[in-house]
Design a protein around this ligand. Structure first.
Ligand SMILES: [Cu+2]
Length: 371
C-alpha cells in the first residue's frame, strides 16, 4: 500500500513519509553534504526570501582590502573581486542554509470524504486569503479550503463522487475536473456546460470516478487569474485493478505553478519548498502536475526518473530521463529508485525559474536519500 505524502507539516496525523521528513527537519540529518549547503537545515536559520530579492544586506566582511596599506593596484582589483564574490556567495549560502524554511500552512493535504448513502462527498470552499509562499512572503491568494494547492482528492475508479463547491469569492467561479472523462454536464466550464457559480452560491458536481490516474481539479472561470492565485488541486483516481500499479514506498504529488505567486512547487518557493526524503533503496512515485502557464523541465541530480504514465495513461514503454519537460495541463508519473545516497538538487532547468545572482529561489527542492 503506497504511503501518501502531502508536504504537510501541520497535520496531526503524519504518514510514515512525513514522519521521516519531520525527522529530517529535526535532526538536520544532512551530514552527507558536509559542512556546506544545507548543513544548517532545521536549526531555525531564516533567509530573506531570494524571490524578488530586496536590496542585499550589508556586504560581508572581506578577506582582502581591509588590511590596507600593503596592497598594490593588482591586489586592490583582486580584493574588490573577492569582495563581490564573497557578497554573492554569502547570499547563496544564506538561502541554502535556510532550506527547508518553515511556513505556517501547507497545501495539498488529503481531504477525507463524508460518506453519504454510499457517495463520497467532498466539500470545497473557494475564498480569498493571504498565502505564505516563503518565510514572510505573503501573497494574495484564492484557495480551496484555505490551502494552496487545494486539498488532495483521492478516490477509486468506479466510486460515486459528489463535489460540493461553495463560492465565497467576490467573483464567480466553477470547477473543471482536468483529465477526467466525465459526462458533459459536469465538465465545469461556464457558458459551455453550466452557469458560473456566483459569489455566495454553491454548486454540486456528481459523477462516477472514470479513467484512473493522476488528474487535477481547478477553476475554469477567469482561470488565468483564479488558477494562478491558487484555485487548483490534485484529483487522483486509483485503478480498480491495483495489480497494474507499481509498488512504491512513497507516493508524492508535485504540483508546479508559475502565476502571481511566482515559481512554486506545491504552493511554496525555495527555500520554503519541502524536500523529498527517502531511505536508501526506497522506490518513490512522483506525480508531476503542471498548473502553470509555462513549460518546466524538471531535472533530478544523481538518479534517473522512469516515466510510467502521461496524463494518467500508462505509457506503452516506460522511458528513462534525468530531465522531464512538463507543459501546462500535463501530468507525468515517474518512478525514482533511490539508490544514490546524498542530498540531491531537484529543480526546474529553466534557470531563471530557479536561481538568480541572489541565490536559488522558486522551483528548487531536494531529494534526500538517507543511508
Ligand atoms: Cu520552470
Amino acid at each position: 500500500m503506497p504511503k501518501t505524502t502531502t508536504n504537510d507539516d501541520s497535520l496531526a496525523t503524519l504518514t510514515e513519509a512525513q514522519t521521516s521528513r519531520r525527522a529530517f527537519l529535526r535532526t538536520a540529518g544532512l551530514t552527507a553534504v558536509g559542512a556546506g549547503a544545507l548543513a544548517a537545515c532545521g536549526k531555525g536559520a531564516q533567509a530573506k526570501t531570494p524571490q524578488n530579492p530586496a536590496t542585499p544586506a550589508a556586504p560581508a566582511p572581506t578577506h582582502a582590502g581591509a588590511t590596507g596599506g600593503t596592497m598594490g593596484a593588482h591586489d586592490t582589483a583582486t580584493g574588490a573581486a573577492m569582495n563581490a564574490a564573497d557578497t554573492m556567495d554569502a547570499m547563496h549560502e544564506k538561502g541554502m542554509k535556510a532550506f527547508p524554511a518553515k511556513t505556517a500552512v501547507y497545501g495539498n493535504r488529503p481531504l477525507e470524504p463524508k460518506i453519504v448513502g454510499g457517495v463520497k462527498v467532498f466539500e470545497l470552499t473557494a475564498s480569498e486569503m493571504q498565502w505564505e509562499t516563503a518565510p514572510g512572503q505573503m501573497v494574495q491568494a484564492m484557495a480551496y479550503n484555505a490551502q494552496v494547492p487545494g486539498p488532495q482528492i483521492r478516490v477509486r475508479e468506479g466510486d460515486r463522487v459528489r463535489i460540493v463547491l461553495k463560492n465565497e469569492l467576490k467573483q464567480s467561479t466553477a470547477i473543471h475536473f482536468h483529465g477526467l472523462e466525465l459526462p458533459n454536464d459536469v465538465d465545469g466550464v461556464p457558458y459551455i456546460t453550466q452557469k458560473p457559480v456566483k459569489p455566495g452560491a454553491s454548486h454540486t458536481y456528481e459523477f462516477i470516478a472514470p479513467n484512473p490516474g493522476s488528474h487535477m481539479y481547478h477553476s475554469h472561470h477567469n482561470s488565468a487569474m483564479q488558477v494562478g492565485l491558487g484555485l487548483l488541486g490534485a484529483f487522483i483516481i486509483e485503478p480498480k485493478n491495483k495489480a497494474q500499479e507499481p509498488k512504491v514506498d512513497q507516493d508524492i504529488v508535485f504540483i508546479l505553478n508559475d502565476g502571481a505567486h511566482g515559481y512554486t512547487f506545491n504552493g511554496k518557493s525555495f527555500p520554503a519548498t519541502l524536500p523529498i526524503v527517502a531511505k536508501l533503496g526506497q522506490k518513490i512515485r512522483i506525480r508531476y502536475m503542471n498548473e502553470g502557464m509555462m513549460i518546466h523541465p524538471m531535472h533530478l541530480h544523481g538518479m534517473h526518473q522512469t516515466v510510467i504514465a502521461k496524463d494518467g495513461w500508462a505509457v506503452p514503454a516506460p522511458w528513462k530521463c534525468d530531465t522531464l519537460n512538463i507543459a501546462p495541463g500535463e501530468r507525468y508519473d515517474v518512478i525514482v529508485n533511490c539508490n544514490n545516497p546524498g542530498t540531491w538538487a531537484f529543480h526546474c532547468h529553466i534557470l531563471p525559474h530557479a536561481e538568480s545572482d541572489h541565490g536559488m529561489f522558486g522551483m528548487v527542492t531536494a531529494l534526500v536519500v538517507q543511508k
